[in-house]
Design a protein around this ligand. Structure first.
Ligand code: SF4
Length: 579
C-alpha cells in the first residue's frame, strides 16, 4: 500500500501515514500543490517553520511507462512568495515510485545548527547526522554517499547555495550514473531544504515492491501506443532532434525566429548563436571523443534520451548536461559565445546548487549594471564563484534576478512574480509571454509551452507575433502541462502526443491501467485546470492579484529587435486566461 513519509525536522522523527482517499489518484504536481494548499499557511515565510517541502513522484513513475521517471518538489517559493512545483528527471523518482512512497513531507522548525541526512529503504526511514557534509559541493556529496551506501542508491542534495538559503538555490538529484546533475531548479526550493537543515536524502530501492498496477493489459496496451508515438515522431524518435542534438538544438532555431533573448533581453537574436547551439555541441562532443550525447538518459526508462555529457578538450568529462535553457541563460543572455566557458558555468551551477536560468538572468542584470561587461565569460565565472563562496556580492546575485536588479537599480529586469524568464522572448513569442505572465509559478516555460505551435509547427501552426487566440492557447497549454506534471511524464513527450493521437490515448490508457480509472483524453484539460485552480487559490491567499499577472513594464514600451515589437498583450487579454 502506498504511503506518505512525514519527516519532522524539529522533533527529528518520521511518521508513516496512509494516503488519504482524496489524494489517492494524485501524484507529482497535483499532489504537491494540493498538499501545500491544505497544509502550508499562504502568508508564512518561505524559509520559516511553517513552510513544508514535499517530494512526490508521479502516478506512473517507477512503472515501465516510457519517459516517466520524474519527481515533483512542492513548497512555498522563497523566490516568488507563491506556490511552487519544480520537477526533475532522475532515478530517485522511479525508486520512490517502486517503493510506493507517494510523498515525503519535510516539515517543522529545525535546531539552528547541524545538518541531517534522510535515509529511506524498503523497510525503514531514518534521520542521520550529516555534519561531515557541511558546505560540500554536490559532486562531493554524491561521491561520499555512493561510497557509503553503494552505487545503487539515489541521492538528493543541496549545495552551498541551498545551505546559505539563496533564493536561486535548486535541489539536485542523481542521474542514471549517480552524477549530481539533475535539478528541480526553479523557485529556490533548495533554500527551503537548506532552511530545514536537510543536506541530503539517500534512497535505497532494494526490495522495492514496484508500482501497483490495477489493469495490466490496459497499462501494457497504452504503454505500447505511447512508445510507438515517441519512437516515430521526428523530435522524439531515436536519432531524432532531441536524441541527436539535445534541447540545445533550439538555440539556432530561436535566434533565427528572433525570439532568443540576448544581452539581458535587449535583442531577439544572437550573433554567436551557432557557437553555443546544438549542432556545434554535437560536433564538439564527437570531435573530443565524448560519449553520451546520443543516448544519454537522465533516468533508465527514458526512450527520448535528450541528455548529454560534455567533454573537456582532452575528452575527459566536464559537465552534464549542456541543455538549451542553460546554454542560453549563461551564453546568449550574457552575450557569451564560448562553449567551454558556458560548460564551466553550468558545472559551477551544478556544484553550488543553483538554477542555471535564474543564475544566467541575474548575471545578465548584473552585466547591465556594469558589474562585469557583457560577453565576459571569465567575469561571469567569477560571479558564480562569489555565490559559491558566499561573499556579499555572491549573496546579491544568488538571491535572483529581481533582487540583483533592485540592488543595482536596474530597470530592465526580465522577471514575473520575482522569477527570471526562460529562453523565449515574450515580445517575439506572444503565447509564451502570456504563460510567463499568468502562470501561478512565475515566468516558467514548462508551465505552458506554446513554442511547439508558435515556432516549431507541432500540434498546429500559429504566427508567433500574433496575439489573437494566444490567451486560449496559453490556457490549454498550462492545463496540459499541469496534467503531465501530475503523472510526471517528461514534458518532452508532448512533442509526440501533440501530433500523434494514438500516443495521447496511450498516455491516458497507461494512467488508467495504473489507477483503475476511466479517464479519457477529454479529462486532461479538466484535471489540469483543477491543479491550476488549486495553485492560484494558494497565491490569492498569499496576496497575489491580477496585477501580478503582468510582464515587466519595459517590455511594454521597448521594441525588441529584429522584429521591433513590444509585448502588445492587453491586461484584459491576460486576465481572460483564467477568467
Ligand atoms: S527526454 Fe531528456 S529530460 Fe526528459 S526524461 Fe528523457 S533524458 Fe530526461
Amino acid at each position: 500500500m502506498a504511503k506518505i513519509l512525514r519527516v519532522n525536522m524539529a522533533q527529528r522523527n518520521i511518521i508513516e501515514e496512509e494516503v488519504p482517499e482524496q489524494l489517492a489518484l494524485l501524484g507529482g504536481r497535483g499532489l504537491t500543490s494540493t498538499m501545500i494548499l491544505d497544509e502550508v499557511p499562504p502568508g508564512c515565510h518561505a524559509l520559516g517553520p511553517n513552510n513544508k517541502l514535499i517530494f512526490a513522484p508521479g502516478v506512473v513513475t517507477g512503472s515501465a511507462a516510457a519517459s516517466s521517471g520524474r519527481i515533483s518538489v512542492g513548497s512555498k517559493s522563497p523566490l516568488t512568495g507563491g506556490i511552487k512545483e519544480s520537477n526533475a528527471g532522475t532515478p530517485v523518482a522511479t525508486m520512490l515510485g517502486r517503493l510506493r512512497i507517494k510523498a515525503i513531507v519535510v516539515e517543522g522548525d529545525p535546531a539552528p545548527e547541524g545538518w541531517w541526512l534522510l535515509r529511506v529503504t524498503s523497510d525503514s526511514a531514518e534521520l542521520l547526522p550529516a555534519d561531515d557534509l557541511d558546505g560540500a559541493i554536490t559532486s562531493k556529496v554524491n561521491e561520499v554517499l555512493l561510497e557509503r551506501y553503494g552505487n545503487r542508491v539515489g541521492i538528493v542534495t543541496v549545495g552551498p547555495a541551498g545551505e546559505q538559503r539563496m533564493a536561486m538555490a535548486g535541489i539536485c538529484f542523481s542521474d542514471a550514473e549517480g552524477r549530481a546533475s539533475r535539478y528541480a531548479g526553479r523557485g529556490g526550493l533548495g533554500a527551503v531544504m537548506g532552511a530545514k537543515r536537510l543536506k541530503a536524502i539517500v534512497v535505497d530501492p532494494q526490495g522495492a515492491p514496484g508500482v501497483e498496477i490495477k489493469d495490466q493489459p490496459l497499462f501494457r496496451k497504452g504503454g505500447r501506443k505511447l512508445l510507438d508515438a515517441l519512437q516515430t515522431h521526428a523530435v522524439t524518435k531515436p536519432g531524432g532532434t532531441l536524441n541527436t542534438y539535445g534541447t540545445d538544438a533550439l538555440v539556432n532555431v530561436m535566434s533565427e525566429a528572433g525570439g532568443l533573448p540576448t544581452r539581458n533581453f535587449a535583442r531577439g537574436n544572437f550573433e554567436g548563436a551557432n557557437k553555443i547551439g546544438g549542432e556545434t555541441l554535437a560536433e564538439t562532443i564527437a570531435k573530443r571523443g565524448g560519449k553520451g550525447l546520443s543516448g544519454h538518459a537522465c533516468h533508465q526508462g527514458c526512450v527520448i534520451k535528450c541528455s548529454n555529457i560534455f567533454p573537456m578538450e582532452d575528452g575527459s568529462e566536464h559537465v552534464s548536461v549542456v541543455e538549451y535553457e542553460s546554454a542560453w541563460a549563461l551564453g546568449a543572455n550574457c552575450e557569451i559565445d564560448d562553449l567551454d566557458d558556458v560548460a564551466e558555468m553550468i558545472r559551477l551551477c551544478n556544484e553550488y546548487g543553483v538554477d542555471t536560468i535564474e543564475a544566467g538572468v541575474a548575471i545578465g542584470v548584473a552585466m547591465e549594471a556594469g558589474v562585469v561587461p557583457f560577453g565576459d565569460g571569465k567575469g561571469a565565472i567569477k560571479l558564480l564563484n562569489e555565490m559559491g563562496e558566499g561573499t556579499p556580492l555572491g549573496h546579491i546575485i544568488g538571491n535572483g534576478a529581481a533582487f540583483t536588479g533592485r540592488a543595482f537599480g536596474v530597470v530592465r529586469v526580465p522577471t514575473v512574480k520575482g522569477q527570471a524568464m526562460p529562453a523565449y522572448e515574450p515580445r517575439a513569442v506572444k503565447g509564451m509571454g502570456i504563460t510567463y505572465a499568468t502562470s501561478p509559478m512565475g515566468a516558467d516555460h514548462t508551465a505552458g509551452y506554446t513554442v511547439a505551435q508558435e515556432i516549431l509547427g507541432i500540434g498546429g501552426s500559429e504566427d508567433a507575433l500574433a496575439v489573437e487566440g494566444k490567451a486560449d492557447l496559453s490556457r490549454s497549454s498550462q492545463a496540459a502541462s499541469a496534467f503531465i506534471d501530475t503523472f510526471d511524464y517528461c514534458l518532452f513527450i508532448a512533442f509526440a502526443i501533440l501530433d500523434i493521437d494514438t500516443g495521447l490515448e496511450g498516455m491516458v490508457e497507461s494512467i488508467n491501467g495504473v489507477l483503475g480509472t476511466e479517464y479519457t483524453t477529454a479529462d486532461i484539460d479538466r484535471i489540469g485546470m483543477e491543479v491550476l485552480r488549486t495553485e492560484r487559490r494558494f497565491n490569492e491567499l498569499a496576496g497575489f492579484t491580477s496585477a501580478d499577472d503582468r510582464l515587466p513594464e519595459f517590455m511594454t514600451y521597448e521594441p525588441l529587435p529584429p522584429h521591433n515589437v513590444v509585448a502588445g498583450v492587453s491586461e484584459a487579454e491576460l486576465d481572460s486566461v483564467f477568467a
